[in-house]
Write a protein that binds this ligand. Structure first.
Ligand code: 173
Length: 323
């Protein structure tokens, strides 16, 4: 009897375990953000994760771990490369310590939808996989030019004597304009402004209110330059371990996220208005001076990429030019 009971118990346990085994096919991927959690990028990421998790039941689950408190901004790239996390939202400037080409994504002059058609997206993925052990899933921020924000007035594109907060995004350009530069993660900008350690900073057209920098900002310099890039990265080993159905699901979710990118055009307009309402004045270069300012940005940007990566740099420049 005792043996029979044990047998029955074993069978029962096995039957009960069946749905669990089926459930085990759902894979969980940990996601971190290189941007602080107050950022609009993170808000949109979290909504996307929620939607994806609703649709992905039984296939794939995304767990948001957190922002730079979980993994510091400039270490997120290595965390993805080594598989400490399976996924991250970051920007190329934050993982130049993994490979220098990452910072070239700010130099795209064609939208991601077009990059996918022209081979630019495939080339990005070739470099990202070889050099970063990463799968480049989706670009979720575009149509957001970068700007120089200042607390001291300038009347020409000359930053001599000014100390400006940068990331790799702005380093070459602001240095070419004569600035002294200091690199910080977004999370340290407010304190740097408050203490007067810097006279200004680089940031896209949108988002300064997420960190209350409007309290410490007098001027925005127009025009903007480059195009802010924020993307979803997947550790390549984790990507390869997914089933075809899981990869397909994640690809489609990534594409759906990308298709929302027109949002950023409206957001740029709204943020410009909001800055004006907050009393931020515009220093505007016009005509030939504006064109020169912008082109100088691209020249300095590409020069610094080409210096460290002549072959990929040249190919990326061609693919990103849209000509
Ligand atoms: O921190 C930054 O200024 C930066 O490099 C960046 C990149 C993309 C979007 C927003 C900020």
């Amino acid at each position: 009897m005792r043996t029979l009971a044990r047998c029955l118990a074993l069978v029962a346990a096995a039957v009960l375990a069946l749905p669990l085994a089926a459930g085990a096919q759902e894979v969980t991927l940990k996601v971190v953000s290189a941007f602080p959690e107050t950022s609009i990028y993170v808000k949109r990421l979290q909504s996307w994760i929620e939607r994806a998790n609703q649709e992905g039941k039984g296939i794939l689950r995304l767990t948001f771990i957190g922002g730079p408190k979980a993994i510091p901004t400039f270490e997120v790239g290595n965390a993805v490369r080594t598989g400490v996390v399976e996924m991250a939202m970051s920007t190329g400037a934050f993982y130049t310590n993994v490979f220098a080409e990452s910072d070239a994504l700010k130099l795209t002059r064609i939208p991601i939808a077009e990059q996918r058609k022209t081979g630019a997206y495939d080339y990005i993925n070739r470099v990202w996989s070889q050099k970063g052990n990463m799968y480049y899933l989706a670009r979720i921020v575009e149509h957001q030019p970068f700007h120089l924000y200042l607390n001291k007035k300038i009347d020409k594109p000359d930053l001599t004597g000014l100390k400006i907060r940068v990331t790799p995004v702005y380093r070459a350009f602001f240095t070419a304009l004569g600035a002294t530069v200091m690199q910080t993660a977004p999370g340290e900008v407010y304190t740097a402004l408050e203490r007067g350690v810097v006279d200004g900073y680089g940031w896209p057209v949108g988002g300064i209110f997420d960190f209350n920098w409007q309290e410490r900002t007098k001027f925005r310099v127009d025009p903007g330059f480059y195009d802010a890039e924020v993307s979803l990265l997947v550790n390549l080993d984790a990507w390869k371990k997914l089933s075809a159905a899981q990869r397909d699901f994640l690809t489609r979710q990534g594409l759906a996220f990308e298709r929302l990118n027109d949002f950023w055009k409206t957001y740029a307009q709204e943020e410009i208005k909001r800055q004006a309402q907050a009393g931020i004045q515009v220093i505007r270069f016009e005509g030939a001076q504006a064109t020169q300012y912008r082109e100088r940005a691209y020249e300095a940007g590409w020069a610094s990429i080409l210096k460290v990566s002549p072959e990929h740099g040249a190919k990326l420049r061609e693919l990103f030019s849209g000509r």
